[in-house]
Write a protein that binds this ligand. Structure first.
Ligand SMILES: *[C@@H]1O[C@H](CO)[C@@H](O)[C@H](O)[C@H]1NC(C)=O
Ligand SMILES: *[C@@H]1O[C@H](CO)[C@@H](O)[C@H](O)[C@H]1NC(C)=O
Ligand SMILES: *[C@@H]1O[C@H](CO)[C@@H](O)[C@H](O)[C@H]1NC(C)=O
Ligand SMILES: *[C@@H]1O[C@H](CO)[C@@H](O)[C@H](O)[C@H]1NC(C)=O
Ligand SMILES: *[C@@H]1O[C@H](CO)[C@@H](O)[C@H](O)[C@H]1NC(C)=O
Ligand SMILES: *[C@@H]1O[C@H](CO)[C@@H](O)[C@H](O)[C@H]1NC(C)=O
Ligand SMILES: *[C@@H]1O[C@H](CO)[C@@H](O)[C@H](O)[C@H]1NC(C)=O
Length: 421
């Protein structure tokens, strides 16, 4: 077992309490289930070389016409693999976040770390940290979004830092919205930029964003975008912060008194914000340089009745995943995913490609992989809370090592164009 004393203090960037904000969001979960999922399949347009492990290996099905079969990395199943997983140890990663280090905070059943994602018709390439660092030489990779994206960034840093000797890597966090991990030898930056709604909002402060009244400037993104536009690889997400029936939209800026405020339906607000985001990309991104990705909704597991248990529970004390193929809980909103897809399709018509990394289904199975009560509590718990762990269990974020590592393996496959559309 890990020696607890080996655990390094977390970097200051994550001493952020987004929990409260999420709790209020969760209270407002209004699931609008809309059927009409459009399949985002990836065609296997790559060369298969037997001894090149950096290639998505299509498994032989004995079907010789498989040359043109579609390899959908997002459709598959979890396979127990305690030989290769976890891909790193939480106590070995110097940059681990206390919000996600479940083992460090007392979780004993660590089986959730031992699963590999197995697409139905092909294999994911093995994550090779050195190869990715080479790819990122003199480059910037930036995750832009909310705490789910931040978790994925922490995972990415942990996956990569193993391959970098001490003193050749450091974390820079000057208190702004941008946190930078730097691999010195490669002159590579792996960054996280806090913008939970992508566009400007009153929740943009990386530390103090617990505000009861959420206000969005759906037409304004430049304040954020100027910090990431010239990156080489951009990975966006935005979902959970929108989950309330309506958003208050501001025309005008925050520090003037003549702004115009209007309450607008959430899905319409989401659409407007994504339009602003995509318009910005269309005009400002250098197409011959930048690779663009959008992480689909990360599911939550707040209601045990969704997976057939009695009411009143959540992910607390769950130790098994959901095995029902195609399971879909109410912690996701297909309508919002559809809006993202439409936005991306529109952009494609205008000549800009954004690849959606569809992690929604594969993560929805994993109700047991959230931090639950095994994470740092930013504020001491009250007696009342301690007596009711269900009430403060975090069923939104994901333990590390864990699910976001797999998201990064999928991202890895796309960064190297092993799968093309
Ligand atoms: C082989 O693959 C093709 C293309 O996907 C499919 O149409 C066909 O049914 C497959 N044949 C067998 C025997 O699986
Ligand atoms: C995401 O992947 C799942 C599993 O393959 C699929 O059912 C769903 O339709 C996909 N969603 C989108 C928007 O591509
Ligand atoms: C993996 O799990 C199997 C079955 O539970 C066990 O026998 C084996 O020792 C485990 N291997 C490792 C490396 O933990
Ligand atoms: C990882 O990638 C590096 C650089 O491309 C390569 O030299 C090395 O052999 C790869 N490692 C493995 C285990 O394949
Ligand atoms: C932090 O760094 C960013 C980007 O380099 C810079 O724009 C900002 O002014 C810095 N903030 C502080 C407080 O030093
Ligand atoms: C509002 O803020 C912006 C940027 O922070 C600043 O340039 C502008 O002068 C401010 N306007 C007022 C009226 O304070
Ligand atoms: C776009 O990126 C390419 C490749 O890095 C570079 O050669 C080119 O000068 C850039 N174009 C602009 C307008 O910055």
């Amino acid at each position: 077992m890990a020696k607890k004393s080996n655990l390094s203090p977390q970097f200051s960037g994550t001493t952020v309490d987004i929990r409260r904000s999420f709790q209020s969001l969760i209270a407002l979960l209004a699931a609008a289930l809309v059927v009409g999922a459009v399949y985002l399949t990836a065609e296997s347009g790559y060369l298969v070389q037997e001894d090149d492990e950096n290639v998505v290996q299509r498994r032989s099905t004995g079907n010789e016409s498989s040359e043109n079969t579609r390899c959908d990395l997002f459709s598959g199943k979890w396979v127990y693999d305690n030989e290769s997983y976890p891909l790193y140890k939480d106590y070995e990663c110097k940059f681990m976040s206390d919000q996600l280090a479940c083992g460090k905070f007392g979780r004993k059943d660590l089986d959730y770390q031992h699963w590999r994602w197995q697409p139905h018709h092909c294999d994911l390439p093995r994550f090779n940290a050195t190869a990715l660092l080479e790819r990122l030489r003199n480059k910037r990779l930036v995750f832009v979004g909310d705490s789910l994206n931040r978790g994925q960034w922490v995972s990415m840093v942990c996956l990569l830092e193993k391959a970098i000797p001490p003193r050749l890597k450091y974390m820079h966090n000057n208190g702004s919205s941008l946190i930078t991990f730097k691999a010195k030898e490669y002159n590579a930056k792996i960054e996280f930029y806090w913008a939970p709604l992508l566009v400007e909002s009153n929740s943009d402060d990386p530390v103090n964003h617990r505000l009861p009244d959420r206000i969005v400037r759906a037409q304004a993104i430049e304040k954020h975008a100027r910090h990431w536009t010239n990156a080489d690889i951009l990975i966006f997400n935005t979902y959970l912060w929108w989950r309330r029936p309506q958003m208050k939209i501001l025309w005008g800026s925050f520090n003037t008194s003549d702004g115009i405020y209007k309450k607008v339906d959430m899905s319409r607000s989401y659409e407007m914000a994504l339009k602003t985001w995509s318009d910005w990309l269309e005009i400002h991104v250098n197409r011959s340089k930048t690779q663009l990705f959008f992480m689909s909704m990360s599911p939550t597991h707040e209601r045990s009745e969704e997976w057939g248990k009695s009411e009143g529970g959540n992910c607390y004390a769950e130790t098994d995943m959901i095995t029902q193929e195609g399971y879909r809980g109410k912690g996701t909103d297909p309508k919002m995913m559809q809006i993202v897809e439409n936005t991306i399709n529109e952009l494609q018509k205008r000549g800009l490609n954004v690849q959606m990394i569809n992690i929604t289904q594969l993560s929805d199975y994993r109700k047991e992989a959230h931090p639950s009560i095994y994470r740092k509590q930013w504020e001491p718990l009250t007696e009342e809370q301690i007596s009711n762990p269900l009430g403060y269990a975090d069923c939104i974020h994901w333990c590390l090592p864990g699910i976001p590592d797999v998201w990064n393996e999928l991202l890895y496959a796309y960064i190297f164009n092993y799968v093309t559309n």
